[in-house]
Write a protein that binds this ligand. Structure first.
Ligand code: ZN
Ligand code: ZN
Length: 355
């Protein structure tokens, strides 16, 4: 038996390669991928905006079925067995360095990442643009119910879990005015999740199509059936931030977006930055304005294992009430994936890949 993978050789140079299935070591789990989804950061890697080891197998969102496991366990502690349907975390951590001991395993001193490792190293099948992926010890794994379709389930490992970490940082949302700036996949999930927690959400993106999509992700009454004040109202959307808010969640990663979020923060407000994952310049902050206004500015990058569990729980509760079909393009097969990754006119937030 062998695996196939799309090897990225730099720039627009890709090649489908066949590799022997790896030996499954202690704590490891071999998964046959049933779907992957294309996250925007992979497009940035291919276009040169994000540095990445090369050659490598890209792709860090995926869902699949366990083929073999040598004592691999879920975050909940359950042993993984062949046939289990799983999603998995993007980071692999050591569990004993200072960052891991502080509960910031995503910032482990020796962190390695799904879809971000050299093909020539000791983890060639690390990405999801392949028929199989090897999950290593120190990586979060969660089983995922059959009711969550492949495309939606696949987004758990990056988009949905990151949003769970962002919302944890944001704190209590019930009855609060929450700005979601940037309506890519993370922004859309944040709109749905914040409304389900009873927030009054303002969704902002310059693209009209994305604002319409956000409305679909915010059914009146709340996507998870919560009866919070916010979920009962139609979603407010805007091309620009034009109102004061208690909480701002920034996903655009632009300095203009960060500026707009800061300017919208009322007294006692919190800003959670999550989109600023590439150099984009600095934003001036007046410390007196922060101090006198009891304001909080914080950042979230990747997430902890519990957030993967929360992501699956959120998808379980709301997955089939959210219009995933409108957010997902594809599916594309292995032969069309290179073209997909170099495409300029990206429409929907995610493209589903089926090997
Ligand atoms: Zn991602
Ligand atoms: Zn560590």
């Amino acid at each position: 038996m062998s695996a196939e993978a799309l090897l990225w050789r730099g720039g627009r140079d890709f090649e489908i390669v066949t590799v022997p299935l790896p030996d499954v070591g202690p704590g490891e789990t071999l998964v046959r991928l049933t779907a992957a989804t294309v996250c925007g950061s992979d497009r940035h890697t291919v276009s040169g905006r994000r540095p990445s080891p090369c050659p490598s197998v890209l792709g860090h969102e995926g869902v699949g079925e366990v083929v073999a496991s040598e004592g691999g366990r879920t975050v909940a502690g359950d042993l993984l067995r062949p046939g289990h349907r799983v999603v998995f975390g993007v980071t692999r951590s050591c569990g004993h360095c200072a960052a891991c001991r502080r509960g910031l395993s995503a910032k482990c001193a020796t962190v390695t990442k799904v879809g971000h490792e050299s093909f020539a190293g000791d983890w060639p099948l690390s990405g999801t643009y392949a028929s199989h992926i090897l999950l290593r010890e120190g990586q979060a794994v969660s089983t995922v119910p059959a009711a969550i379709e492949d495309g939606a389930a696949s987004t758990a490992g990056c988009a949905v879990a990151t949003v769970m970490a962002v919302l944890e940082r944001a704190g209590e949302l019930t009855g609060r005015r929450v700005l979601v700036n940037g309506l890519g996949m993370l922004g859309l999930v944040a709109v749905a999740a914040a409304r389900s927690r009873g927030a009054e959400v303002l969704a902002v993106d310059p693209a009209a199509g994305r604002r319409r999509l956000a409305e679909s992700f915010a059914p009146v009454g709340g996507s998870e059936g919560a009866s919070g004040a916010g979920g009962a109202r139609p979603l407010a959307t805007s091309a620009v931030v034009d109102d004061g808010v208690d909480v701002a969640l920034e996903f655009s990663g632009t300095t203009a977006g960060v500026r707009a979020c800061l300017d919208a923060l009322e007294v006692g407000g919190s800003l959670v930055l999550a989109g600023s994952v590439a150099p984009a310049g600095t934003v001036e902050v007046d410390p007196e304005w922060v101090v006198r206004g009891w304001r909080t500015i914080t950042g979230v990058h990747n997430y902890e294992p519990r957030h993967l569990q929360e992501a699956v729980a959120m998808l379980s509760r709301s997955g089939d009430t959210l219009p995933w079909d409108e957010a997902l393009d594809g599916p594309v097969g292995a032969l069309d994936l290179a073209a997909e990754l170099t495409r300029r006119d990206v429409g929907r937030p995610r493209t589903v890949v089926r090997w």
